[in-house]
Design a protein around this ligand. Structure first.
Ligand code: SF4
Length: 58
């Protein structure tokens, strides 16, 4: 799910996935919205951010 990357963090989200296109230092997310999957998950370990896009690292 490609969403807009804002120039400021989404204050409602803490995320430590520092390999994501939307990640901002301080464990923040710059996506305007995120999608979490899957339906019928049984615990937090089973859930994932479906908005994640791998950042190209040089
Ligand atoms: S899009 Fe998802 S994985 Fe990427 S920084 Fe935001 S919350 Fe984290």
């Amino acid at each position: 799910m490609k969403v807009s990357r804002m120039d400021h963090p989404n204050s409602g989200i803490k995320c430590v996935v520092n390999t994501c296109h939307y990640y901002m230092s301080g464990d923040q997310c710059s996506a305007e919205k995120i999608e979490v999957q899957p339906r019928n998950a049984g615990n937090a370990e089973e859930t994932d951010c479906a908005t994640f896009i791998a950042e190209n690292r040089q």
